[in-house]
Design a protein around this ligand. Structure first.
Ligand code: PAF
Length: 282
């Protein structure tokens, strides 16, 4: 595996690789865990060349403390990438990616206006900035994203359509710890007591599937919020049940072919997200 730090070198290597077949890109912010590994393994099995980017993108953080405390573990990350058979690890500096401020504003539309878009102003524009740069530098055949960030995938699809990128965006299922907690780089910031409680998020979402069978959308939302908030340290920021394609909140189960419940919970000061798919009703 080669570690590449500059855009020029990355482009040169991939120009050669492209002549020999497909390129799979896995964009990450590092602090890699088994969830990332599952994306990398999928990319490895479907492409001739695999590139993993490791870059904590400052423009997508709307909270300076979150950016400052985001875990950075380059040595462990490169060891994991090597072990996983990655060809190129792209690990640039902030100056390399943003030699000057990126002032682009993407017209991401309604998919980016709700949930994370409403709670974290500017976040999705920052995601669109970095992912569009990565797509541009690597021109991948396929790019892999985890469904934990369910809304992010819809936003990236919209950005790719706006910018005319010709690639396959592959969404990959959430990887969970044995106790159900969705894997996240932020989990390491949980205290042992918070870590013990955090699996209640997934447990509650799972139990809401039964509840939803004979309750309204509104009552199901109330159930999830009240249940999670009943645990110490836990505070739901939002729970929305949305259409899986448009990300727009639904008020009636019959309104969509595929409903997804998306939750954000503060566990202490650690912001955790998760989601669940509800079975089709019509
Ligand atoms: O999901 C993430 O880790 C980030 O938002 C991404 C897609 C790597 C862009 O920085």
């Amino acid at each position: 595996m080669e570690i590449i730090r500059t855009v020029a070198e990355l482009k040169a290597k991939l120009d050669t690789a492209r002549k020999n077949g497909s390129i799979g890109l896995v964009p990450t912010m590092g602090a890699l865990h088994a969830g990332h590994l599952s994306l990398i393994q999928r990319a490895r099995s479907e492409n001739d060349t695999v590139v993993v980017s490791v870059f904590v993108n400052p423009t997508q953080f709307n909270n300076p403390t979150d950016l400052a405390t985001y875990p950075r573990t380059e040595e462990a990350d490169t060891a994991m990438l090597r072990e996983a058979g990655v060809d190129y690890a792209f690990i640039p500096s902030v100056e390399e990616i943003y030699p000057e401020p990126d002032t682009r504003q993407f017209d991401l539309g309604p998919v980016a206006e709700v949930m994370e878009g409403a709670m974290r102003p500017g976040h999705f524009n920052g995601v669109a900035q970095i992912v569009s740069k990565l797509f541009d530098f690597t021109r991948p055949t396929r790019a892999y994203f985890g469904e934990k960030d369910f809304q992010q995938i819809a936003v990236i699809r919209r950005m790719a359509e706006l910018e005319g990128f010709d690639l396959e965006i592959v969404d990959c299922p959430i990887k969970r710890e044995d106790d159900g907690l969705a894997m996240s780089s932020r989990n390491v910031r949980l205290t042992p007591e918070q870590r013990a409680i955090a699996p209640a998020i997934h447990r509650t979402l799972e139990s809401s599937l039964d509840w939803a069978a004979d309750h309204s959308v509104e009552a199901t939302k109330r159930y999830v919020i009240d249940e999670i908030n009943s645990f110490p340290h836990m505070q739901v920021e939002y729970y929305e049940i949305v259409d899986a394609l448009t990300m727009q909140p639904i008020t009636d189960w019959e309104q969509t072919e595929s409903a997804v419940g998306c939750v954000t919970v503060f566990c202490g000061d650690v912001r955790l997200i998760d989601n669940i798919k509800y079975p089709k009703r019509k």
